[in-house]
Design a protein around this ligand. Structure first.
Ligand SMILES: Cc1cc2nc3c(=O)[nH]c(=O)nc-3n(C[C@H](O)[C@H](O)[C@H](O)COP(=O)(O)O)c2cc1C
Length: 325
């Protein structure tokens, strides 16, 4: 397939692996890129800019295809060394950056001067238009279904993607709820130039996370995610567990009085305990509704090849067959 995204990013298939905290390591990014998609390393999972430099060079040892780095600019509890991370990305010769969270206007000139393409992840049309106006090269449109932070507008991709197609001139990929060929073909039909997957890539052989996390995704249905931190306007979609239900109980009890400190036990320092140790009730971790569509743990190559082959047959056989002469 050739789309504006494959052309812009110089990749074979219009499939991107979104940045994921404590999941987006070199092993996963390289596997996705080697399979013809765009793999992404998550900058802030690396404890320092020099660790990120090391991770970028590990990834380069595993692939000679293009890969990207996710730079999440969120209202974090501690302020990371963003200039240091940007320097590591530029010096590492990374061709693509996925920005997320706050407006990336301040970092854009540095990245563009280094010839880096910037995809900004947005959960609304107004943020997508802003991204376009400040000069982002592409947008990743993250619908309400997505694992992680869906924003506060709650617009699912069935509406968000055609709206993006109507409003945006720059290329965009569909993100949130994407799992298979049906997701890809549906997204293309709605005007997107490709798709971005998070949760689906966690359940792959190369995802360097604990097997219990992959099993939890396989066992989960579309009814098993919850939205947390809504009262703090920092909504996150996570897989339910004991800690998440306790957190939601606190949210109900405290109402408007809720403070981040009240839920620190359920949200702080959770990722290494879940992703590395497999402590599944340690706290809240991001997961998309798409878990309900995930039933196996293929390699990234198997997954991407399957999606592309089935997408082709969906278009050529099913869709063409429906159209009457
Ligand atoms: C475990 C996990 C961690 C994530 N961490 C980040 C992150 O650090 N930065 C970011 O921009 N997005 C993050 N995301 C969001 C993904 O990049 C992607 O936008 C989202 O997963 C798409 O929805 P899907 O899970 O339905 O495919 C995370 C998602 C998951 C599932």
């Amino acid at each position: 397939m050739k789309t504006r995204i494959t052309e812009l990013l110089n990749i074979e298939h219009p499939i991107i692996q979104g940045g994921m905290h404590y999941v987006g390591y070199a092993e996963l990014a390289a596997a996705v890129s080697n399979a013809g998609g765009l793999g992404i390393i998550t900058a802030l999972t690396q404890q320092s800019p020099s660790d990120l430099s090391e991770e970028i060079s590990r990834c380069k040892d595993m692939t000679n295809k293009p890969f990207g780095v996710n730079l999440t600019i969120l209202p974090t509890f501690k302020d990371p060394d963003y200039p240091g991370y940007i320097k590591a990305i530029i010096e590492g010769g990374v061709p693509v950056v996925e920005t997320a969270g706050r407006n990336p206007q301040e970092v854009l000139p540095y990245l563009h001067e280094a010839g880096i393409k910037v995809i900004h992840k947005c959960t609304s049309i107004r943020h997508s238009l802003k991204a376009k106006s400040i000069g982002c090269d592409a947008v990743s449109v993250d619908g309400f279904e997505c694992g992680g932070h869906p924003g506060e507008d709650d617009i699912p991709n069935m509406i968000l993607l055609p709206r993006a197609a109507d409003e945006l001139e720059i290329p965009f990929v569909a993100s949130g709820g994407m799992a298979d060929a049906r997701s890809l073909v549906g997204s293309l039909a709605m005007g997107a130039d490709g798709m971005n997957m998070g949760t689906r890539f966690m359940a792959t052989k190369e995802a360097p996370i604990h097997e219990k996390v992959k099993q939890a995704i396989l066992e989960a249905t579309e009814l098993d995610t919850r939205l947390i931190m809504r009262p703090l306007r920092n909504t996150e979609r996570v897989l339910t567990n004991v800690a998440v239900e306790r957190l939601l109980e606190k949210e109900r009890e405290l109402g408007a009085e809720l403070n981040i400190d009240d839920i620190s036990e359920e949200v702080m320092g959770v990722y290494p305990r879940v992703m590395i140790d497999g402590d599944m009730d340690a706290g809240a971790w991001s997961c998309g509704i798409v878990a309900g569509l995930i039933n196996d743990i293929p390699s990234c190559e198997e997954l991407i090849n399957r999606i592309m082959a089935e997408a082709e047959s969906l278009i050529k056989d099913r869709l063409t067959g429906i159209v009457m002469e």
